[in-house]
Design a protein around this ligand. Sequence first.
Ligand SMILES: [Mn+2]
Length: 436
Amino acid sequence: MRKNGLTDRFFPGVTCRAIAQLRACRLIPEAQVRELCHKARELLIEEGNVVSVDAPVTICGDIHGQFHDLMELFRVGGDVPDTNYLFMGDFVDRGFYSLESFLLLLCLKVRYPDRITLIRGNHESRQITTVYGFYDECIRKYGSANVWRYCCEVFDYLALGALVLGASSALEPTSGTTTTTTTTTMATTTMIDDSELEIEVLNSKGDVTMSSHRPRRQHPSSDASTDSRNNNNNNNNNNNNIGAAPYRSGVPGTGASGDGGGSIGGSRTGAVLCVHGGLSPLIDTVDKIRLIDRKQEVPHEGAMCDLLWSDPDEIEGWGLSPRGAGFLFGGDIVKHFNYKNDLSLIARAHQLVMEGYKEMFDSGIVTVWSAPNYCYRCGNVAAGDYARSNGILGSNDPAADSSAVLSPGRRYRVFEAAAQDTRGMPAKKPVADYFL
Ligand SMILES: [Mn+2]
């Protein structure tokens, strides 16, 4: 079978060599790109439109061909496969290294399929890439459109979303998850006995720059005793099992996952839905996303288009998007969708946010942006992000009734642009910014 042949040729030697080469920002031969794209398609075709991902996972936003910043992201957040990653699309265009960035991510996907999840952004499209740089880059670097075509065929198979399941209650102290910790963190988290760490913001050195706690939720069951968090200092984030140590074993399952829900005093944790853009007026349940025939170019309208193009906005209901595709949606839409689908949070990318992340609507949705100093000129210092949804518990409103879906603990890692080697940058005129 061809499948076995491909696997034999690609596992693990060729893939490892290709990964090493791409990490050094050197391209692999066209024939290897072709093999890689075939292999990636075989993997992706097996994935549903909405991939289930176990927490903990580091969720990343737009990359846009900023290869050196992607390397910085891995340096700060932990390397694959030690850290699990979920990238929410827009790997290509704008930056000068779309090929190196996307092919590396694809190689990592083929080599560690359970460690890395790639979902589609609106730039993973034939039409958009011919306008915003990726097509030109392929021609420039490979001399023909072949590689662009191979990549576009992979784009058509990328999932449209992901559900992060099994996120535990509160964040465990930073010392357990990073090598670069500060004693301040420990002091903060241990001094406040009756609260738990909900949000933590770290800079690229691992220093905590902000943290917020919420009152600890009272559980009638013995699960409360597990609230000692885990003190496993060897935690390498490899845990992929919802119920297994070192993460809280008593975590109620998500309504979306259907396992173990409601075991603790009626309180529930929700899943985190990850999409590139946002919601669609044609989609009121996650299950409806699963019914879309996704294996095609991104359409100009309809549910699939909206998921990749829409933006949250301070409005009520739905609004027209200035982008000309997708919709604007308000906080009421987010709250209703999250409630109906047992979600605690929607994580999305698609919009530049200067701080790297931005929560809206009582933390019902977060925008994550991972391309610092976007286009090498926007000066957004904190373009990294990571919503590490390995923690959750306590509703946003402590007074809310116990049936409310609980929000996850979030750890945002903010990083600055990597030093850029500006040599070899093409003198191409920048195209119009449709979103600025
Ligand atoms: Mn986008």
